[in-house]
Each structure stands twice: as C-alpha cells, then as structure tokens.
Write a protein that binds this ligand. Structure first.
Ligand code: AGP
Length: 608
C-alpha cells in the first residue's frame, strides 16, 4: 500500500507533499520521492529508506515550485532501492508518475516499449506508465493518460505530471484508492484521507476507471469511456488519528476489514488465460514441480497455523507428504531434509529470527527453500531460492489478521500448482477450485457485513479465564488461530485441540466457566463435531459454534452460532477464521485491552 500525494495551488509543493506523505506513514514504506515543477524544469528527488531521508534531501537543496507529486513506496516489484523509488519518468524526463497497485501486464508493455526505443531503467511495473504516456502524448496530458490506462491490466492509482502542462496533475484509478481534497484555489490528490485533512475536509472520491484533471482552480473527472463522471463529494468529520485507521477504532479492526482486498491482491493474476496456475517466482520448471516428492513447511505463530492449512491442502490435492514444524524446533531438531525436499518458510515480516535460522539450516542440508512473505526486500527474501509475496499491505496491528488469510490464499495457489503439475488434479477440478477461491473475498465481505451479533456474543464471554477451541480437519488450524488471537489480545488463556482428541484429557477442564468455541462448518466430519459439542455440553460448557448458513440444527447444540456462507471444506479456513478474529477483537475491547499493541508482544520477533 504505497502513499500518493499530489498538489497544485499557491503553496510550496514540497511542504505539502512531505507533510501529506508523513500522514500516510502508517501505510508503511521502504523508499520515497517527489517530482516538482520548478521554474522551467521537472525536478525529481528520490531516496531509499525512511521519509526523513527525502525531507533532508529537499531541505538541503530546496526545490521551489507549487505543483508536484510525491510517493512513499511499499515495494511489490523490484527491490526497495533508489532506482526503483517513485516517481518514475519517461525518456525525456518531462513526464513523472507515481503509482499504487500492481500492473499485471507490465512485462509485455516493457517489451513493447523497449522495441519502440524506450529505455527503461528500473525493475518496476510503474515505469512502463511514464513511457506509455510519453508514447501517447500529443499535447493533451489527460488524453494521453486515458489512452495509457486502457492498456493497463491490474490495480492502479496514478498521479501524473508533464513539464509542458505545468499547472496540471492527471489522476486515475482502478482497484486502488485515490481521492482529491478540494480546497480554495488549491487541490490535493492523495491515496488516503489523512494526507488532505490539514487543508480541507471536502473530498472527491474517484471511482474505478475515472480519470481526473486537477488544476488549482478546478477538477474535472471523466469515466472510463471519456464521459463526464458524477463523482461523489464527501465531507470528512474524522480527526487525523481516526483517518489513519480509515475511521475504524483500531488498526486491527481496519485490517480485519481489509482482508477481502488483501486476498484479492494476493490472488491477482495467479491463473493465466490458459488455466495454468502461475508461480513463476519459484523458478522451477513444470517438470521440477511435478517431481516434488516431499514438502517441509517451517513457520512461527500465526504463520505456523497457515502452514497447517497448507499441509492439508497439498496432501489432499497433490498427494505429496507435507511436514510442518515450528521454526524454533526445526532449527535444533536435526531435521530430515535434503535435496529431495521442497522447504517453505512462511513469515509475514520476513524477519523472524527462528524462521530465518530454520531457512539457513534447511539450505545447509541441501534443500531448496522458498519464502512466503508480505514484505518485499525483507531478510528472508535475500536468503531463499524464491519468494511468493502476499499483497496484504503493511499490517500495523501486532496480531496477524489480513496477513494470515493472505498467506492461506497464497498457499492455496501453491497447492493447486503442485497438484496441477503432477496431474493429481485434472484441469476441470483445478479451474473449479480456482473459481471458488476467487470468490472467497466476496464471502469474507459477506461475513464482515453481517457481524453485529459477534459483539453481542463477546459480551457474554469477556470475563472467562480459560477457553477451549475445537475443530476437525481444516477446523483444527482455524481453532489454533482462534485460540492464539484470543490469548494474545485479550489475555484469556485459550487452548486449541482436535475435537476428537478432547476426550483424551482436556475434557477434564470443562465447566460452565470455560467457553468452548467450535468450528462446526459443513464437512465430512460434521456429525463427529456435533458429538463433541454434545460431550462438552453434557459437562456444562457454553458453546460458540462457527457454522454454515442454513444449518438450523446446530442451534440445538450451541448457545451462540456465528454463521458463514457455504464453502467447500478445503477452502473453509479463511471464512471460518474471520468470526474468530472478530470474537477475539470484541472480547479484548470489552476487557479494555490494547488490541493494536498487546502487552509483551512485538510485531516481528527478531530474537530467539
Ligand atoms: C500472530 O498474531 C503473532 N503476531 C505472532 O505469532 C506471529 O505470527 C509470529 O511471530 C510469526 O511472525 P512472522 O509471520 O512475521 O514470521
């Protein structure tokens, strides 16, 4: 999630850009830059690292001018360095572009542009936009941008300037937020509201396909067909802190609600037009993938729970044995891995010490290791043979939420890829599973839209001292993640168990004071789960069941039922997790806990 700010008006653009980018800092970034119309030239300044590096560069060599665009980059394509930092320019240096999103067809555009003599210098998808605008520019920047965006596939929020049109910024968006703060004799383009609040509370929201022409005295918007668009104006009441959280009370709640987008972005482009799963980052041939006979997944915490989901998917679909182990045990456990083993390291931060050590141990033993991470350029990306990125955007809340469901999305793609490569799933089955997976974001949206009863449910259990989370099959890692969420943000002790295992001891814990949360969604072991619910109910337990819409019978067995839409058992982990996240969130809030920064926890555990 990069930060975009564009300014046109009477003020010094550098002040507005730096101030606005600072208010987007929570979006995370690894480099920053600005392009300012300064006297008769377009001055571009870019720095890797924190925004302060850009601020110091401009302070050291001021760039006067009242029109400009700025950017903080959360790398998706290309390492976080100055060459890849935005803004990117065309061959002439007269056009500058900042971008948030992912352009899926950038490689073919790069080839076309290079064949036409354009010289592209960065590894980014964004740079292709600057050169496309150059190739279409005939004196009208808006017209050139309209032609350009019609060539783009993927997600983009763009702000573009041209030295020959010095008082204008052209902005465009598809699947990536972009707003315009409407001031008095000044206007501000931004990827999010906090960047404009210092100057105005009147905000114009661009819709997908819109192209806006922004000058100091006005904004005109056309839709994808070039017709005038009736854009929505909003008056923003939020203060700055609320705006950074998108109006949500906490980053964790905001990030729970960002999951549909995080999953959608992670899945974007993962099946090509021929029905083939795309995982080129593994740098493995189809034959090599088909020859994989053993997988070992290492991770910690929530990422370990994603590993357990992946084990089930890969073993069910690709029929390849998968071992999973927490990194801290793997690294000292004399693990049996070698050249015949495909090792996967799951780490959203890419910096977890135990997982990095596990990676080194696996590679020392000759295994091919690749990472699944959310942070481009993180240490794990530099120590593995390949990387699959989740595109969840920076996760501010210490408790993992959107990065977990994005990890599952990426791992589901991996399982489909392995099963497609070794022929264990035929093409029709792969396409059917991909189709259902592609609709998981909508299912999560439906759950989030109908979650009011979860807060009520939380009120009944906020004073518990201990709880049990049960599930079978795919419900086991979901129960594990639900228990961890409750533990880490509400400080209530919670244990997860395979429901069938509960009678082998844990049932001794059951009293009316120990709420039991059960994943009771439709699946081949549903009746067994109901039996387990009856066992704990017989001992006085109060049960919260996560169940499938339409299942009326479950209401006879549970005090509370948190419903999710029907979904295949194999794909049920993401939907079933969302009610658990919300339950833990509301219980923690009712207990007065700091859900974004729980006690004793760090977002990235960089110690043993
Ligand atoms: C999860 O909510 C916790 N924040 C923690 O368990 C986390 O998942 C674990 O430390 C692993 O982090 P990583 O994915 O960045 O490696």
């Amino acid at each position: 999630m990069c930060g975009i700010v564009g300014y046109v008006g009477p003020r010094q653009a550098s002040d507005v850009l730096l101030g606005g980018l600072a208010r987007l800092e929570y979006r995370g970034y690894d480099s920053a830059g600005a392009a300012i119309m300064s006297e008769d030239e377009l001055v571009v300044v870019r720095r890797v690292g924190k925004l302060v590096n850009l601020r110091e560069a401009i302070a050291g060599k001021p760039v006067p001018g009242t029109v400009g665009i700025g950017h903080t980059r959360w790398a998706t394509h290309g390492a976080p360095n100055e060459e890849n930092a935005h803004p990117h320019v065309d061959c002439s240096g007269k056009i500058a572009v900042v971008h948030n999103g992912i352009i899926e067809n950038y490689m073919e555009l790069r080839e076309e542009l290079a064949a036409n003599g354009h010289v592209l210098r960065s590894e980014t998808d964004t740079e292709t936009v600057a050169h496309l605008v150059e190739s279409y520019y005939e004196g009208d920047l808006t017209a050139a941008v309209i032609k350009t965006v019609r060539r783009l596939t993927g997600a983009y929020a763009l702000a573009i300037v041209h030295l020959e049109d010095p008082g204008t910024i052209v902005a465009a968006r598809v699947d990536s937020p972009l707003i315009i703060g409407i001031g008095d004799g000044e206007n501000i383009v931004a990827s999010d509201i906090p960047a404009v609040l210092e100057f105005t509370r009147e905000v114009l929201v661009l819709e997908d396909g819109d192209v806006a022409t922004v000058t100091a005295n006005g904004v005109s918007v056309v839709d994808a067909a070039g017709r005038p668009a009736d854009s929505e104006m909003m008056h923003i009441e939020w203060d700055l802190a609320a705006a950074e959280k998108g109006g949500y009370e906490d980053f964790m709640l905001k990030e729970i609600h960002e999951q549909p987008r995080a999953i959608r972005e992670t899945l974007r482009g993962r099946m090509d037009a021929t029905g083939k799963m795309q995982l080129s980052e593994l740098q493995m041939t189809e034959a090599q993938l088909a020859a994989v006979e053993r997988v070992f997944i290492v991770a910690c915490g929530t990422s370990y729970h994603a590993a357990v989901v992946a084990k089930s998917l890969i073993e069910q679909w690709a029929r390849i044995p998968v071992e999973v182990e927490v990194s801290s045990e793997f690294r000292y456990g004399n693990p049996i891995v070698g050249e015949d083993t495909l090792v996967v390291a799951i780490t959203q931060s890419g910096e977890t010490t135990d997982t990095l050590a596990a990676v080194r141990e696996a590679r020392r033993r000759g295994a091919k290791v690749f990472a699944i991470t959310n942070v481009v350029g993180s240490r794990v990306t530099r120590e593995t043979d390949g990387v699959i990125y989740t595109h969840a955007g920076p996760e501010i809340g210490v408790a993992a939420t959107k990065t977990f469901t994005a990890q599952i999305a990426a791992l589901t793609v991996l399982a489909l890829k392995l099963a497609q490569a070794n022929g264990m799933l035929d093409q029709k089955r792969v396409e059917a599973l991909w189709e259902e997976l592609s609709h998981i974001p909508e299912i999560v949206e439906a759950i989030l839209a109908d979650a009011n009863d979860i807060a009520e449910c939380a009120a009944e259990y906020k004073d518990a001292n201990s709880s049990l989370f049960l599930g079978r099959g795919m419900g086991v890692p979901v129960a594990m993640e639900g228990a961890l969420k409750l533990k880490e943000i509400s400080y209530i002790h919670a244990e997860a168990y395979a429901a069938g295992e509960m009678k082998h001891g844990p049932i001794a814990l059951i009293t009316s004071e120990v709420p039991v949360v059960v994943v009771a969604t439709q699946g081949h072991t549903y009746e067994k789960v109901v039996s387990n619910i009856q066992e704990v109910r017989a001992r006085g337990a109060r049960v919260i069941a996560v169940a499938t819409h339409g299942d009326q019978d479950i209401q006879r067995h549970a005090e509370h039922v948190l419903y999710i839409p029907a979904v295949s058992e194999a794909l049920s982990a993401i939907p079933a997790t969302v009610p658990m996240q919300l339950l833990s969130y509301h219980i923690a809030k009712l207990r007065g806990c700091n859900v974004d920064q729980p006690r004793n926890l760090a977002k990235s555990v960089t110690v043993e």
